[in-house]
Ligand binder design. Structure first.
Ligand code: FES
Length: 106
């Protein structure tokens, strides 16, 4: 298990134990992070699994991938560190990761 902390828009910490090999989205949904709607089930075409990667972790998680670019543009969310959590795979290197979640995904 990989310890990851989600921080809600109101500042509330939501620590989870994420299963290695799942996506960050699947881990969030499976652990009750309700703001991660993930309407498309992880196919990078709904934009409702957006998270904001803490600055200290962006080198580890990497930049927005080609698959994510269009959906993030459509969402209009220009928040620094924005990613689609369905496109991030949980690995041991993410131990201690901090991600923030939007107020809503709409
Ligand atoms: Fe739909 Fe990630 S779950 S874009």
């Amino acid at each position: 298990m990989v310890a990851i902390t989600f921080i809600a828009a109101d500042g509330t910490d939501q620590p989870i134990d994420a299963e290695e090999g799942l996506s960050l989205m699947e881990s969030a949904v499976g652990n009750g992070i309700e703001v991660i709607e993930a309407q498309c089930g992880g196919n990078a075409y709904c934009g409702t699994c957006r998270v904001y990667i803490d600055p200290a972790w962006r080198a580890v998680t990497g930049d927005v991938t080609e698959v994510e670019v269009a959906m993030i543009e459509v969402s209009g969310d220009m928040t620094p560190g924005v990613r689609l959590s369905c496109q991030i795979t949980v690995t041991p290197s993410l131990e201690g990761l901090i991600v923030r979640t939007p107020m809503s995904q709409s």
